[in-house]
Design a protein around this ligand. Structure first.
Ligand code: 13P
Ligand code: SF4
Length: 353
């Protein structure tokens, strides 16, 4: 097992959370009705991530769209007859949808909604890194640009990263992993694979603090601790369940515990509450030694999605995801490889209703 840390860590500009005007119940209902009408007129469907605002998740479900993790979001677009996919999430999710569905129109409420992992892995530097290690199989996390995917052998999401790297290690392949260093370390510890890591991180998960978590666990000794593997190792070590957003939602539904401490974006509480409304959910602490609380348990880019700009993009039809055809053609291979692997191994079931 080898982990060489070679790349420099990048400073990412993190925007503040947007402040959306509060809507009265009547205003919200009217807005949702207008969006439903527009979705029908445009033959469009909503594809939403668990971290976006609960109103958007509810609307996606009410209108026959999809609320899911990144694996299922990628797959969903290929299964619907809709002409337009409106992706409520962050840019890499819209790009993945477009790469897999070039004939469909892919819109997003805000094209500025990016991800610190994507921002921290520029394609030119990543290409140099890969070129310097031609003996390694290049595995990239979904949270990357189309250009980075175009340079990869495999794309993975957190739902499927472990079995894929295990499969590669069993074939004797050495892995170059990018961009999330915490997830990469976790995968390496779990599989024993030979992994070379890019040094990216998620600004939300990296803020969860292990000492403060220990304190909170002492205050809630019966709570199960659920951790997304983008979190630091000392936080993962305290987990009862480590997994993708879908795996964490499943844990809330299936474990007998009545209390949960959750180390992932708090947008996920909407679905968890829907699945098990009587259970108590606590966000894992982001305060403590070294705390900056810039994102404070909620992704500022996911927060750029709201009912207001969803309506606007449906009216205007702008904010379309466009990808150079040559890049798209190369990027589709690692994604399709993952989807084929998922199908062959029966991996990935969303908690969609
Ligand atoms: P999932 O694939 O687990 O939904 O995670 C996506 C993500 O961006 C987590 O921060
Ligand atoms: Fe990226 Fe982290 Fe936001 Fe997920 S929560 S989109 S990994 S910045």
């Amino acid at each position: 097992m080898i982990a060489i840390e070679e790349t420099a860590r990048k400073k990412i500009e993190v925007p503040s959370h947007p402040q959306w005007p509060t809507l009265s119940d009547e205003e919200k209902t009217a807005l949702k009705e207008r969006i439903k009408k527009l979705l029908k007129e445009r033959n469009a469907v909503l594809v939403a991530h668990y971290y976006v605002d609960g109103d958007l998740q509810a609307l996606a479900e009410e209108t026959g769209g999809c609320v899911a993790d990144s694996l299922e979001m990628a797959r969903y677009g290929t299964t619907t007859d809709a002409d337009t996919l409106v992706v409520c999430g962050v840019r890499f999710m819209g790009e993945t949808s477009k790469i897999l569905n070039p004939e469909k129109r892919v819109l997003m409420p805000d094209l500025e909604a990016t991800c610190s992992l994507d921002e921290g892995c520029p394609a030119d530097e990543f290409t140099e890194f890969c070129d310097a290690h031609p003996d390694r199989t290049v595995v990239v996390y979904a949270n990357t640009s189309a250009e980075v995917k175009a340079r990869a052998d495999w794309m993975v999401t957190s739902s499927i990263a472990l079995p894929i790297v295990k499969h590669l290690a069993a074939r004797g392949e050495k892995v170059l992993w990018a961009p999330d260093r915490h997830l990469g370390h976790y995968i390496q510890r779990q599989t024993g694979a030979d992994v070379l890591l890019w040094q990216g991180s998620c600004v939300v998960h990296e803020e969860f603090k292990s000492f403060a978590l220990e304190r909170l666990r002492r205050l809630h000794p019966d709570a199960a601790v659920l951790v997304h593997p983008e979190s630091p190792e000392e936080v993962i070590e305290q987990a009862d369940v480590v997994g993708s957003t879908t795996a964490l939602i499943k844990a809330v539904r299936e474990l007998p515990n009545q209390e949960f401490i959750v180390a992932t974006d708090e947008g996920i509480f909407w679905k968890m509450q829907q699945m098990a409304g009587n259970k108590k959910l606590l966000i894992a602490p982001t305060a403590g030694e070294g705390a900056t609380c810039v994102s404070c348990g909620h992704c500022p880019w996911m927060a750029m999605n709201a009912l207001q700009n969803l309506e606007r993009v449906l009216v205007e039809g702008d904010n379309e995801i466009l990808i150079d055809e040559e890049i798209r053609r190369r990027a589709v291979t690692p994604i399709q490889r993952m989807l084929d692997f998922a199908r062959e191994h029966g991996i990935g079931t969303a908690s969609r209703r």
